[in-house]
Design a protein around this ligand. Structure first.
Ligand code: ADP
Length: 172
């Protein structure tokens, strides 16, 4: 069974097989966690992203981690919150499921995720946390069976609390 941990920290420092990047559809870098990952990985990451020609919302693409402690970066654009009637819930679940499956296909056993779409994309935090953890648990059980540890890396206390609450209700 996969272990899911909620931790406070900086995902660019995580010594895991793969970290997930809350990217945008261009895959050419941005602000927030995306900017932090590109800065820490070095310019080779942008050079590796360019020939990928972007990525659709909810899909995922993989590159090496270059100067990061992680071996791979899985890039996934989460949905921009537009009120909830534009497939945002499904697209967020797709981001988590496709990212975890892609990491598993590359032999990753440890995978770290940021809180996708809850920064500048404004997805409501409690709902995002519930979708994230349920999708990760179900995907690990169904298809990403080689993954042994999933870390949800929260950048602030409020985000960490939301994921802890969601994990408690998922396990209840
Ligand atoms: P999105 O565009 O998907 O909303 P953001 O990067 O704006 O992505 O925010 C997603 C989450 O990542 C937010 O909770 C933000 O605080 C967090 N974040 C920002 N930098 C880091 C980092 N270095 N490590 C982990 N999480 C981070």
């Amino acid at each position: 069974m996969v272990k899911i941990e909620i931790v406070l920290g900086d995902i660019t420092k995580c010594p895991v097989d793969a970290i997930v990047n809350a990217a945008n559809t261009s895959l050419l870098g941005g602000g927030g966690v995306d900017g932090a990952i590109h800065r820490a990985a070095g310019p080779e990451l942008l050079a590796a992203c360019r020939p990928l020609h972007g990525c659709a919302t909810g899909e995922a693409k993989i590159t090496p981690g270059f100067r990061l402690p992680a071996k791979y970066v899985v890039h996934t654009p989460g949905p921009i919150w537009q009120g909830g009637q534009h497939h945002e819930l499904t697209l967020l679940a797709n981001s988590y499921r496709n990212s975890l499956n892609l990491a598993a296909e590359h032999g990753c056993q440890t995978v770290a995720f940021p809180s996708i779409s809850t920064g500048v994309y404004h997805f409501p935090l409690a709902m995002a946390a519930e979708i994230a953890l349920r999708t990760l648990r179900d995907t690990a059980a169904a298809t990403a069976k080689g993954v042994q540890l999933i870390q949800m890396v929260c950048f602030d206390e409020q985000t960490k609390k939301a994921y802890e609450t969601a994990l408690a209700s998922l396990l209840a």
